[in-house]
Structures are given as C-alpha cells and as structure tokens.
Ligand binder design. Structure first.
Ligand SMILES: [Zn+2]
Ligand SMILES: [Zn+2]
Length: 391
C-alpha cells in the first residue's frame, strides 16, 4: 500500500475515536495551564498507538511530548487545547489538538520501519501566557526539524503573518484625599491613567501600519469621594516585527511617564514574561502543505477579509521551520472568539475539516521525511527568513 493511502486509511479507520475526543475536549473547556482532561485523553490515546509519552516537558503541568521513531528527520505537530474563559472553545483548539493527533498517528503508520521521527507536542495556554514561549525557552523544539499545526477560522490562508506582541502593566501611585473638602491635598492616580490613554491616542496617528495598542483599566479607584491613590492599566502592544515593536513600547512607556509627571504621581512599569514573536511562515513547507491539502480534498471556499493577531507559534518559527495554516470551517462569516464560533467547532462540518487538516499535515510530513532535497529547501528558506528578520 502506498504511503498516501496508508495515511488516508489510518485516519478513516480512526474517524469515530478522533471525533469523540475532539467533542469531549469541546464539551469540557479548560483554560490555559489547566487542560488536564484534554491532556489525559490525548496522551492515553497516543500511548495506545505506541507513542512514548513524556509528560510535563518544559516544566509545565499540562504539556507533553509523544514521540515515535528513533532516528531521521524529526517532524513535530503542535496540539493546542486551551479554551477561553466563559466562551469555551471559541477558538477551536479542540480541532487543532485532534488534527495534530490524527496527523501524528497516520504519519507514524505510513512510515513504519523507515527512518524518520514523529512527535506530537502538547502546547498549553495559547490564549493568555503562551505555553510555547516556555517550551521554546526550555529547548523543547530544539531537535524538531519542521513544526506544523492548523488553526480553524472563517477564512483560508496558508502563509500567515502575525504581529509581535508585548504585554505591559502600568501602576500609578498617588495620594488619597477627600475629593470635595481638601482635593488640593491629593494626587490623582485615576487622572494619570486617563491621561495615559489620551497620550496613546495622540500617538496612534504616527505609528506604522499594523501597529496595535489596546488597554483596559484594571484598577480605577475605590470610592467616588476619595481621590484615588492607586490605579492600574494593562496594555497589549503589537507591531509587524520585534525591532519596531521595541520603539513603539518605548513611546508607550513615555505616554505613561508624562502622565505621571503631569499628575504628580509615581509610575511602576512591569512587563509580562511572555513576549510573542511575529510568525515566520516557512514558504516551502507551506507550499508543500497547500498541495497536500488539495490531495486531501479540502473543499471550503472562503475568502473573508480577516485581520491579524499574535500567536505563540511565532516563537516556535524562530527556532524551527514552521507553518500555521488557517482553514475556514464554513463559507459563512463566523469570527473567532465568539459563542457562535464555539458552537461551530462542535459540528460535523468542523470535524470534517479537522480530519482533512490531519490528513494534509500527515501527507506533508511524509513528503518531507522522504525527500532530502525538500528538507534542504525548507532549511534554506528558514535561514533566509531569520536573516531578513535580523536574527
Ligand atoms: Zn484564540
Ligand atoms: Zn486560537
């Protein structure tokens, strides 16, 4: 039997089990770093398929690596499985997880007794504090030669861009006073935070395209008749590349500094330890996936105009050639991070796209594992892109 047929057969034979797992993850949404049900379900299944399981790789409670094959080119499939608070699987990570599981199992059965290594990497907490940032930092991706995953969406794009993103918290310390009888005694931390937003709004016109700054006030004072002595705001700052992002971050911090000076308050700045890098989509690997997707029979036509966000796969793409194709589940406009998208991610239609994505990733892996020339081209594109990104 040809490898391609083995892949299709392997996924078709497991259809019911795969859909059952995706549905179970969907029906038990778990937020980042708490995905115990999902990890238990997936690792038990992969163990039953002969994969060696390493739980907690990179020191996270809900990460894992499941591997098969001893030597040769190492293909990694990333499985995300975290959900959004309240909305549940409104980003469709139940589909991502099982597409990667399907791809890994099918590829392993297709190349049995041939050189080549296959790993499914369980990567927790994509939505908030990118688990992949931790895993990359701790070297989990170091010996992976090519990494892939798919993401469900309402528009199809194979070679995606993403924004580099940093997460800042500003705390303003002022001085309490009676807001009516002795306001002159106070230093107003709420005015400082409001002025920070106004300064940032004045800055926007002068920023390059695709720069995003969005914030919320997380502490705004406790009583109307007391001048607030402490307020806090949280901002995500994004740009097309990390270098320009550094400049923007400095300008945003200056907005907060000048607000503190104007209001006589003191500013405390802190950054989250989870910066997201802009994605370097590997063109050669992406083209190979696009051809494989055709072979797998993907048929949703959807060309909605969608925006750009940030993903922790960007960090993976800096250490190994990576792709992150977005595949539409429907030709209708159903944006992610909504209850509607969460419902869509538990439909037959969605599960069909998940299995097709799994087949396409396995076919891609099989082509790459068997073709030294292709491996070389993937590596060249990776090194070129890193070079252009100045790394
Ligand atoms: Zn999301
Ligand atoms: Zn997502």
């Amino acid at each position: 039997m040809a490898n391609y047929e083995r892949i299709v057969k392997s996924i078709e034979e497991e259809n019911e089990n795969l859909i059952k797992m995706a549905r179970e993850i969907h029906n038990n949404p778990e937020t980042g770093r708490n995905e115990f049900i999902a990890v238990d379900l997936i690792t038990k299944y992969l163990e039953s398929k002969g994969f060696k399981i390493f739980r907690g790789v990179g020191g996270l409670k809900t990460s894992f690596m499941a591997s098969k094959g001893e030597e040769g080119y190492h293909v990694g499939f990333c499985a995300e499985y975290d959900a959004l608070p309240e909305i549940g699987h409104g980003c469709g990570h139940n589909l991502i997880a099982i597409a990667s599981v399907a791809a890994g199992v099918a590829l392993a059965s297709a190349i049995e007794n041939q050189p080549g290594r296959i790993s499914i990497i369980g990567t927790p907490d994509e939505e908030e504090h990118g688990g992949k940032v931790d895993l990359v930092r701790l070297g989990v991706f170091d010996d992976i030669d090519a990494a892939m995953m798919f993401h469900p969406d309402c528009a199809t794009r194979i070679h995606i861009d993403s924004l580099a993103c940093r997460d800042y918290k500003f705390i303003f310390h002022g001085k309490n006073a009676h807001a009516s009888s002795e306001p002159w005694e106070g230093r107003n931390a709420l005015d400082a935070v409001i002025q920070t937003f106004n300064n940032i709004n004045a800055l926007r016109q002068h920023l390059k395209d695709n720069t995003r700054i969005h914030g919320i006030i997380t502490e705004g004072g406790v009583a109307v008749n007391v001048i607030p002595d402490r307020t806090a705001a949280n901002f995500l700052i994004r740009a097309s590349n990390s270098e320009y992002l550094k400049e923007v971050v400095e300008k945003v911090i200056n907005c907060a500094r000048s607000a503190a000076i104007a209001t006589g308050t003191d500013l405390e700045v802190s950054e989250s330890d989870y910066p997201y890098e802009a994605m370097l989509s590997n063109k050669v690997l992406g083209d190979t996936f696009a051809a494989s997707l055709d072979e797998a029979g993907y048929s949703v036509e959807s060309k909605h105009d969608v925006g750009i966000g940030s993903i922790d796969m960007g960090n993976v793409s800096r250490v190994t050639p990576s792709i992150y194709p977005m595949l539409a589940l429907t030709d209708e406009w159903v944006p992610r991070h909504t209850f509607e998208f969460a419902s869509l991610c538990d439909t037959e239609q969605a599960y069909e796209v998940m299995l097709t994505a799994g087949k396409a990733m396995a076919i891609t892996g099989q082509k790459v594992i068997n073709d030294r020339e292709l491996q070389k081209k993937i590596k060249e594109d990776f090194l070129n892109q890193l070079d252009q990104a100045g790394e």
